[in-house]
Design a protein around this ligand. Structure first.
Ligand code: ZN
Length: 71
């Protein structure tokens, strides 16, 4: 499965609060509407904490719905 890239997601400037490590764009598996998607999201390389900004959470799900409709 290809990795979905979300324009709103940008790891630049984000740090993990627990580790103080800079986040990297890493593929994360998300389950939505009974399907598994791989989305590149800002992720802490040390503890695996994934950052999902609120605006992204809404916009991303819209994009995923469009992907489903296209298939
Ligand atoms: Zn961390």
């Amino acid at each position: 499965m290809s990795v979905i890239k979300v324009p709103e997601a940008d790891a630049a400037g984000w740090k993990c609060r627990a580790c103080d490590a800079e986040l990297e764009m890493l593929p994360v598996e998300l389950e939505y509407l009974d399907s598994l998607f791989t989305v590149a999201l800002p992720t802490c390389p040390q503890c695996g904490q994934v950052l999902i900004p609120e605006n992204l959470a809404l916009g991303k799900m819209n994009q995923v719905e469009h992907l489903l409709e296209d298939k």
